[in-house]
Design a protein around this ligand. Sequence first.
Ligand code: NAD
Length: 255
Amino acid sequence: MGRLNGRVAIVTGGAKGIGRHYSQALAAEGARLMIADIADGKDAADEIARDYGANSVASMVVDVSDEAAVQALVGRAMERFGKIDILVNNAALFAPLQETKCTEIEAAMWDRVMAVNLRGPFLMVKHVAPQMMAQGYGKIINIGSGSIFHGIPWMLHYVTSKGGIMAMTRVLALELGEHGIRVNTLSPGLTMSETLMAQNPGHVATARDRVVAARSLKRDEQPQDLLGALVFLASADSDFMTGQNILIDGGNSNT
Ligand SMILES: NC(=O)c1ccc[n+]([C@@H]2O[C@H](COP(=O)([O-])OP(=O)(O)OC[C@H]3O[C@@H](n4cnc5c(N)ncnc54)[C@H](O)[C@@H]3O)[C@@H](O)[C@H]2O)c1
């Protein structure tokens, strides 16, 4: 019996990279899910449908920074699955972001990073939380980043946005607790996602050896390293936990 049998999840950014692994892990534990991504999630959904049945999954192309698109997504998920128990706010601008000095980041790029990485999760919560309130239960997992604890150079926009995620989690936990909604952050360290490796060899080359050397556990982090904590935060096992951060980075930072 899966730990998420009967649960329904939305995974933003669930079509590719680490999000695709999150989608598979939730389905493997019995959750039905909606994959929401600006990229087409059909492949990821087909794979899950093959393994867990056509009724277990749907996908939708959505820009999480667009409120009308987020509303349409929530409407579609409710229509298809009848409820939403778990929201994984994973979509972000990360893998394609080139390292750029703080003096050279274009203001438009700064705004876009904030729009996807902060406005996106806010809009998702704004429209998903009412459904969770109606059922008196919910699990929101905001994907943060270990980079906020030690900083990384040439990624000011990205690291700043992830600092906002941590603050957002704390406020939401306070506001939504009375409705039975738990809100936590899951923070990965530098992780060798397929998208990061393919889209940003420059950042991998600059950061990989430095990060591994700084860890207590001296190896690359893989998407699979995050899945146990993700399922824990999505499941009833963590029902008395809210407003917290789980950092999975091989001991790079101690929080
Ligand atoms: N890989 C790492 O080293 C690492 C480390 C710490 C945190 N993270 C975080 O983990 C998450 C996944 O990272 P990843 O390595 O898979 O990178 P990624 O950039 O491939 O993942 C982002 C996902 O979000 C989607 N997306 C981008 N813009 C969107 C939008 N406007 N609307 C909807 N979807 C959108 C992308 O298509 C992609 O599927 C991100 O939140 C990232 O910040 C990654």
